[in-house]
Design a protein around this ligand. Structure first.
Ligand SMILES: Cc1cc2nc3c(=O)[nH]c(=O)nc-3n(C[C@H](O)[C@H](O)[C@H](O)COP(=O)(O)OP(=O)(O)OC[C@H]3O[C@@H](n4cnc5c(N)ncnc54)[C@H](O)[C@@H]3O)c2cc1C
Length: 444
């Protein structure tokens, strides 16, 4: 069996296939495993999670892997009061009516089966309506609509609310257990971090595969299939197998050349799931000065380029790390600026919520996932308005010997590490259940 991509989904698929007795080859484009996770280290050893970082309750497969591979976790820093940056300044409360908007969307989601969101009674209407329209019609005031749009479209999908449909929003809410679960720190998706970052876990997962299973620096360019099996082409080799699990976001899976060509609707799906647009920037200070002022550093914003911040310090480091997240239009605007102008805009936004000392970080560290050829955006891909009802059924449907994994195909915790693992394990079960002959992968 062949697996394309050594992110969490590809690794989980490969481990499950290996457990089922298959011989597996994993072909990974980058020179490392892990995909959308990357750990940076400051010179004093402080850990910075440049990609994914959190896990939280009900992400059972991730906690099981953390435990099985002996990776320690620690809780996200939480020391003082949170804030909401609103037009008049810093507040402790979100705009009135915002919680009701989250609750209303959660209750729409209750009617959606995340395995088949296109079948919900309201699906046609929700799919053609963008989140902005729904919020403007439903909200009691424009500020709460703007706040909810920034948190739901931005904080969850790194998009602007006019880029995603109501159906995409409620699917995602449902898959992650609702807005409280998705947006929460303790008790929610942002509860725990991994010592060494999720990359440390990915490396252990890869090491648990039989030696030689994973080949890095091997971007897959083409996949051929016929009645005998599949032939997966990299620049250096052709790997044969009975079946292939493509563990990539749809937008990247669409860049592989398939012979025979993919069915038109599957190909169409890959053209309608763009990656989000986010900036995750770490401002590093000698110490977390905001804590002395009784501030947690954790907050959200209705105005400005930064939608969310967190105190991203680690228990073993004295350095203060304030991490800023910018999404959708704000991220695109920042991307268009010079590095100096972007730095000013980001530091002004941080100063507005934790005070003037924020303007003088030791370092400001960003990793641009949108410019990375093997991710091309973050956090994940999301279907454009109108696409769930037209193309959704082709998200997971295998094409002959090609099976689709990747977090975007998950029915639980889609878009998250947990979704990636579940999708990989589901694809592996599909492959073994499909009765493809257990040929050894071999080089041709
Ligand atoms: C900045 C950021 C913050 C995030 N925060 C969180 C968080 O806190 N918690 C959370 O749960 N999730 C978070 N996420 C989302 C999380 O990272 C993803 O859901 C998860 O990593 C997806 O795993 P995957 O295996 O499906 O895809 P990927 O990790 O994208 O894996 C795909 C792999 O395929 C490789 N590849 C691409 N093209 C080819 C090719 N042609 N041939 C071979 N290999 C190829 C890639 O290099 C990559 O290794 C975040 C993501 C980002 C970017």
């Amino acid at each position: 069996m062949v697996v394309v991509g050594a992110g969490f989904s590809g690794l989980a698929a490969a481990l499950a296939l290996a457990r089922a007795g298959a011989q597996v080859r994993v072909l990974e484009a980058r020179d490392r495993v892990g995909g959308r996770v990357l750990t940076g280290w400051l010179d004093d050893g402080t850990q910075l999670d440049l990609g994914a970082q959190w896990i939280g309750p009900t992400q059972d497969r991730m906690y099981a892997l953390v435990s099985a591979y002996g990776v320690d976790t620690f809780p996200s820093a939480a020391y003082g009061a949170g804030y909401v940056r609103r037009p008049g300044g810093r507040s402790t409360e979100p705009p009135p009516g915002a919680e009701e908007l989250f609750a209303a969307l959660d209750s729409l989601g209750a009617a959606v089966d995340p395995a088949e969101p296109w079948r919900a009674a309201g699906a046609p209407r929700w799919d053609r309506m963008c989140l902005t329209d729904w919020l403007e019609r439903t909200a009691v005031d424009p500020e709460s609509a703007r706040y909810a749009g920034r948190l739901l479209a931005g904080g969850l999908l790194a998009a602007s609310p006019d880029e995603i449909s109501v159906l995409q929003t409620v699917f995602y809410l449902r898959a992650g257990g609702g807005s409280r679960s998705l947006l929460g720190m303790a008790g929610g998706a942002q509860q725990d971090r991994l010592v060494g970052g999720p990359g440390a876990l990915a490396e252990r997962m890869a090491a648990a595969l039989p030696e030689g299973s994973v080949t890095c620096s091997a971007p897959v360019r083409a996949i051929e299939q016929d009645r005998a099996g599949v032939l997966v082409h990299t620049d250096r080799e052709r790997v044969a197998g009975d079946a292939v699990v493509v563990a990539l976001p749809p937008a990247l899976a669409g860049r592989i050349r398939y012979t025979p060509a993919l069915p038109a609707l599957r190909d169409g799906l890959t053209q309608r799931a763009p990656m989000g647009s986010a900036f995750k920037v770490h401002a590093v200070y000698p110490e977390p000065f905001w804590r002395a002022d009784g501030l947690s550093g954790v907050g959200t914003a209705v105005v400005g380029p930064v939608t969310e911040t967190v105190d991203n310090g680690t228990p073993d480091s004295e350095r203060g790390v304030l991490t800023a997240f910018c999404y959708g239009d704000e991220a695109r605007e920042l991307r268009g600026m010079s590095a100096a102008a972007r730095r000013d805009a980001l530091l002004d936004a941080l100063a507005a919520v934790v005070g003037r000392r924020a303007r003088r970080p030791d370092e400001l560290i960003e990793y641009d996932w949108s410019a990375d050829p093997y991710t091309r955006g973050c956090f994940c891909g999301a279907l454009t308005p109108g696409s769930w009802t037209r193309y959704g059924p082709f998200l997971r449907r295998p094409v002959g010997r090609i099976h689709w994994a990747g977090t975007e195909t998950a029915t639980r915790w889609a878009g998250y590490l947990e979704g990636a693992v579940r999708a990989g394990e589901r694809a592996a079960a599909e492959v073994t259940g499909a009765g493809h002959r257990a040929n050894q992968p071999s080089q041709r």
